[in-house]
Unconditional design. Structure first.
Length: 416
């Protein structure tokens, strides 16, 4: 569904995703995943890919209703092995150097009531059988980008009091605004946006804090250790061949991967978490020696436990991300029910896989070497938001001194 009034802006957005988000090179293949309910916009993206000189464009359609029926009725064996054709398609595309673009527009309630163990089994299988595909993204070999596309059910979840058409138009406007695609030159806006991250990234990397201590009035009291020679990143990413791209559009975060065995205390959620079409709300997780040892939730506790059950690494942290409460997404006042957007409204953590680029030399390390450098390994990576308006984060140094990083939910001290 394309609102007529937004046609030109959406064409600019499609161009932004292909040329800036994916940094597509002439002759390069595109593997696009898109919701069937966003087909008109997906076609715009395909047209832009060809216009940019793509060598091939493959679209993998996603349908919430079909996916739900599959999870409800398929035999358990269907979740324990990826069909050979799908593994060949994904792994082959990665091996050929394809850019991997995903349009996010799933129904936040689309998988309500589905047995969470099926998500767990599929996550294990797809990361095992499509290892080349995921390694391509994780190890900086392939460009990848995730961006939003408005769909009717998602729009009605976000704006329940509007008609479907009004809700879709309003959600598209929010997507364009947060992606800086509603102006006359979105590519220039992203160049400026990326540059704005660099001062804080450089300061954090120079400081090399030993640990971060989080506190807020909702009960969060949590300390997470950082690795020796850890690297903070934000504003974009770079492949091993030097291609600069944007994995998430929008993005407002500066992040690193913590020490997998140094997390202590309790963190409370600041926003609901949409996971595989189900909602987890008002939840908390307690860590000891880096491992999640207990958790609770007002809603979605079984879903939360299913995340932790994916594998041993799912109980450890792979990411700490700093996002000020003053970020445009937070200030919009919109709860998107989408991790892509809501993680850019608040500081967050992620259970599961860490980032090789977040330790010096990490992109050249194999899995065992990464683990030896305390980067977490897992078949999952699930962000959850913990940033509140009163959040305090102190950076702790090995000599026992400390410095404020966040106060009252925003950058503080030298980082302000």
């Amino acid at each position: 569904m394309i609102p007529v009034s937004l046609d030109n802006q959406l064409k600019n957005y499609a161009r932004l995703l292909i040329r800036t988000g994916c940094a597509l090179k002439p002759g390069q293949e595109v593997l696009l995943t898109a919701p069937v309910d966003a087909a008109p916009f997906a076609r715009m993206v395909v047209e832009e890919a060809w216009a940019a000189g793509a060598g091939a464009v493959t679209v993998e359609w996603a349908d919430d209703v079909v996916s739900r029926l599959h999870y409800l009725h398929a035999p358990q064996s269907a979740f324990e092995k990826v069909p050979e054709w799908k593994a060949l398609q994904r792994n082959g595309a990665a091996e050929r150097g394809a850019v991997i673009l995903s349009l996010d527009g799933e129904d936040p309630d689309g998988m309500a009531g589905v047995d969470p163990s099926r998500f767990t089994a599929w996550s294990r299988s797809v990361h095992r059988d499509c290892k080349v595909f995921y390694d391509g993204m994780d190890l900086g070999r392939n460009v990848w980008c995730i961006a939003g596309a408005a769909t009717p059910k998602w729009a009605k979840k976000v704006f329940p009091n509007l008609s479907e058409a009004e809700a879709v138009e309003k959600l598209w406007k929010a997507i364009l605004s947060t992606a800086r695609a509603d102006g006359s030159d979105p590519a220039l806006a992203w160049k400026d946006h990326s540059a704005a991250f660099q001062r804080r990234v450089e300061l954090l990397n120079a400081r090399q804090f030993h640990a971060l201590h989080y506190t807020s009035q909702n009960g969060t009291d949590f300390t997470v250790g950082l690795n020796k020679d850890h690297v903070w990143a934000g504003g974009g990413a770079e492949t091993v061949d030097g291609t600069w791209f944007f994995p998430n559009m929008p993005t407002e975060e500066i992040f690193t991967s913590p020490h997998r065995c140094r997390a202590e205390g309790v963190v409370h959620s600041a926003l609901p978490l949409n996971y595989n079409g189900g909602l987890i709300e008002d939840f908390w997780v307690r860590f000891e020696e880096g491992k999640a040892v207990d958790c609770g939730a007002k809603q979605g506790l079984d879903l939360l436990k299913s995340i932790l059950a994916v594998d041993e690494g799912a109980t450890h942290l792979g990411e700490v991300a700093l996002v000020p409460h003053a970020s445009p997404i937070a200030q919009s006042g919109i709860l998107f029910y989408s991790t892509l957007y809501d993680e850019n409204a608040a500081c967050h953590l992620a259970l599961g896989k860490g980032f090789p680029e977040c330790v010096k030399g990490g992109l050249e390390m194999d899995e065992e070497t990464l683990k030896a450098h305390n980067i977490n390994l897992s078949a999952t990576h699930v962000d959850f938001m913990i940033g509140t308006a009163d959040l305090s984060i102190m950076g702790l140094l090995p000599d026992g001194s400390s410095a404020p990083i966040f106060q009252n939910g925003n950058w503080a001290g030298e980082f302000a």
